[in-house]
Design a protein around this ligand. Sequence first.
Ligand code: ADP
Length: 634
Amino acid sequence: MTTTQQSSPSSPALSETITAGFAAQVANAPDNPAVLADDGVATYRELAANATAVAALLRDTGSTGPVALLCRHGVTMISTMLGALQAGRPYVPLDPTFPARRLAFQLTDSGATSLLTDADNGPLARSVATDAGPAPVDADPVLADASTVDLAGMATAADPDATAYLLYTSGSTGTPKGVRQSHRNVVFGARNHIRTFGITPADRTGVLTSFGFDMAVTDTFSALLSGAAAAPIDIRGRGLAHLAGALDERGVTVYHSTPTVYRYLVASLGERALPRVRVVLLGGEEVTARDVRLCRRHMGAACVFVNGYGATEVSFIAQHHLPPGAPVADGVVPIGRPLEGIEVVLLDRDGRESATEGEILARSKHVALGYHGRAEPSAARFGTLRGERTYRTGDLARRAPDGTLTFLGRADRQVKIRGFRVELGEIETCLADLPGVAQAAVVARRAGTGRGETELVGYVVPRHGATDEGADEATIRAALGELLPDYMVPRAVVALAELPLTVTGKLDERALPAPPAQPPAQPPPSPAGAGDELDGVAAVIARTWCTVLDLPSVGRADNFFDLGGHSLLMALVHEDLEGTLGRRIPMSDLFAHPTVGGLAAYLSGADLPAEDAVDAAVERSARRRQARARRAGR
Ligand code: ADP
């Protein structure tokens, strides 16, 4: 590899850009690992060469706007992110698990003038690209040929106050909003993180969330600006069994995820431990004392447990650190104290400052630049107080006399579903826009299953009476699935003659009927499954589903997602089926065959285990269920 080495950046202002911070690390230790991913490993020099090649490709296009990225969760994605920044252009990460129509919206709304993709996502990119938008370009061949590093170009690529990325969050009025963040603020957040957790080149930071979410920004750039290695792990694509193994193999030392993903991880660990993890950082939704206890049981003896509170619009705002042995009160763990450079102001209902309780207003130089092209929501959320920028979070908190903050919930209708930020209003708008629907409401409630997670339930008033063809549950859920990410599609949709109202004319949530607790009535069995008992592989699948979904029985024609299943639960099914059937099954096959009968037929067609192997598998499955029941009871 030819390398055009240049001195590291000298201007203090320029070191406030992501690219200059990265260039300094490339110059320091070019052969250190920078990315350890499912799709390969890259040293700092290799990653810099990739970025340089992508930047050259982008410059050749002659366009200057944002660069949309639809790439796999690994080296390709990070290379294209850095390449866009090196070309002096913001990046817009697109999540390949989102429906094409939502991705097309993000592409258009962001004003992206280039779209980079890879071999895995080419077909999706082509279906997303509109006639008017940029044509997708495959970055894989460019990366394969990358060899030259332009450190000087990297160090001077951008202005610190230029936009580094646009990240889309759910929007209450039906349209997602793109949060614009600057290089300077990303570098500030990454350096705060590096200092707080003492991150060094020996560290490995896990990148578990998709690059379209704020957590991945901190995880990636705290590594790349400190000489550590970022370890992107594709949970959606490869499953949870893969997560524990990947954390272990790649020696992840700084673990960061939502509590939901963490709890699934720990459940998948069984009696195993991850002794190299020295920081467990959870955030995005409420963290409990049980999470701390699980950390002490499964992670390194010196592992620090941290509840991190923040939002895409500011990154981290406050943190609560619990070193090993620190006492933990039962219940919800506080969100702690504001980070350096950030002040938390509490506002009462009348917008006056309160010393003890109110809505969190984050006041800092490092608040995001605003919502892209959305003047009204930007004005409602972003402002200025005593000469400093502010972001109104919508979160309620109490401040103890020692300054520790405790999260008290939301002041509005934003909820978290498995750690994902969801505006109920956005789903309601999509529902009400469906042809068979006259009126719609969506609520979040505690799920009836043993896991007690929050689930979404939709209520609709059909346009022409309850028998309207376009208003049946399956049609509505399928239509929403084309518009919204899977975590925003309600688990159940209930048709009502009218929505119950309070005396003041608001939706009376308490008067809404509970959705059916049991799975919806099964459609008539297919001829192949008519009246028969499930046997062989189908029986193994059905038992696994019953355990994971906490249901007494499932039928051949039942669809996993209609029964309350979601991607994390599918990951548990994946782990169980691989162990039970004793063979590797790509996660994507489970998503492609979501019914018991369909999956059984597919798996049987593809290398069916021998008869006695199935019996042995059934027995293994029973042993695993017993072991899980024992673990759950501890
Ligand atoms: P994040 O990646 O931090 O979850 P989002 O923008 O997706 O960022 O969501 C921000 C919202 O998530 C916050 O406004 C708050 O409601 C919730 N949240 C974030 N961290 C916590 C936490 N530690 N405890 C409780 N709620 C949290």
